[in-house]
Ligand binder design. Structure first.
Ligand SMILES: C[S@@+](CC[C@H](N)C(=O)[O-])C[C@H]1O[C@@H](n2cnc3c(N)ncnc32)[C@H](O)[C@@H]1O
Length: 327
């Protein structure tokens, strides 16, 4: 279990190396040895990757963030009204804290906010900013990988908990992982606790692909940053101009896939290891599963969450679901 509590900035930076570097090397070496080469998407979020992701969320073609923000802005007060007993809000993959601000304003009954993120830089920065802006709220950042069980600090154990998982980050998990994740969240919030979760919906292929392949090339830069990161952190020698970003909708699996495609036959070294690429061979870097409301409610019920309410945006592109743990 990799849980690191941040007590101060210096400790934060020690922890980041411990938590992330070994994990990245192992994942890249293992992933590039597979018949379909892959690197898990959680490694996108180094400092530059987190900045690029924020840029993506502001793009005209990237509808998920705007749609979800519209839902929180219009319905935040309704959501808060369902949750009079919630005292602690635990956010999984907190990132830039954009959406949490709308929820913190809508829920003055909260006493604690526990953001969980794998990216220590953004976690520390945002925890400091939120502490300054919400004076009555205790912010307890947790530097952890939410794909493993995350232990909450003692002070959160006996108070009403609301888990928050916006941004359709659940779509980055394989459906079986999503079920395991939801089950862990249910155990974390305990009987009668809640989960508020944002999930992107299935829609026409053109809208989907455009959102992941913008004309400005920001998503391409975000995807290619994985190779820059590998060059810097793992002593790799990826030749950046000979890889391009590719986004595809896989309708059979209901998911957007991002790949990095090799433009030629080439060899790449990572430390002492060597990997061959043929022309057009890809490294699969992200899946983003899309769920109809019916599909998502089925998944939630399988994890023993009862769906209480669903909200959508004006264009019905995105869904926010309030679920109650059945214990
Ligand atoms: C798509 S962003 C969403 C950020 C924010 N919740 C939002 O909705 O705008 C995903 C965030 O989850 C974090 N993340 C991704 N995989 C993670 C993991 N396995 N464990 C912890 N954090 C993770 C990333 O560092 C990033 O900040």
């Amino acid at each position: 279990m990799s849980v690191v509590m941040l007590k101060d900035r210096a400790e934060a930076f020690e922890s980041i190396d411990g938590l992330q570097e070994g994990g990245f090397r192992d994942a890249v070496l293992r992933g590039l040895a597979l018949p379909q080469k892959m690197i898990p998407s959680r490694f996108f979020y180094d400092e530059r990757g987190s900045e690029l992701f924020e840029e993506i969320t502001r793009l005209e073609v990237y509808y998920p963030t705007r749609s979800e923000m519209e839902i929180f802005d219009r319905h935040g007060a309704d959501m808060g009204a369902y949750l009079p007993e919630a005292r602690a809000l635990v956010e999984f993959g907190s990132g830039s804290s954009l959406k949490i601000r709308a929820m913190l304003k809508a829920m003055p009954q909260l006493t604690h906010y526990a953001p969980i993120d794998i990216s220590g830089e953004i976690l520390t920065r945002e925890a400091e900013a939120l502490s300054a802006d919400f004076r009555g709220l205790k912010v307890v950042p947790i530097h952890a990988d939410f794909m493993s069980p995350v232990e909450l600090p003692q002070e959160l154990k006996d108070i009403g908990k609301l888990a928050f998982f916006p941004g359709s980050t659940i779509g980055n998990l394989e459906p079986y992982e999503a079920l395991e994740f939801l089950t862990r969240v249910r155990e974390t919030v305990g009987t009668g606790g809640h989960l508020l979760i944002g999930v992107d919906r299935k829609k026409d292929t053109e809208t989907l692909v455009r959102a992941y392949d913008d004309p400005q090339g920001v998503t391409a830069a975000f995807n290619l940053n994985l190779l820059t990161r590998a060059n810097r952190e793992l002593d790799a020698n990826f030749d950046l101009p000979s890889f391009i970003h590719e986004a595809r909708y896989n309708a059979d699996r209901g998911r957007i896939e991002m790949h990095l495609k090799s433009l030629k036959d080439q060899a790449v070294s990572i430390g002492d290891c060597h990997f061959e690429f043929t022309e057009n061979e890809t490294i699969h870097t992200e899946n983003s599963y899309k769920y109809t409301p019916e599909e998502f409610r089925l998944l939630a019920r399988a994890a023993r969450f009862e769906p209480l309410a669903t909200w959508t945006d004006t264009n019905e592109r995105f869904g926010v679901y309030l679920l109650r743990s059945e214990g």
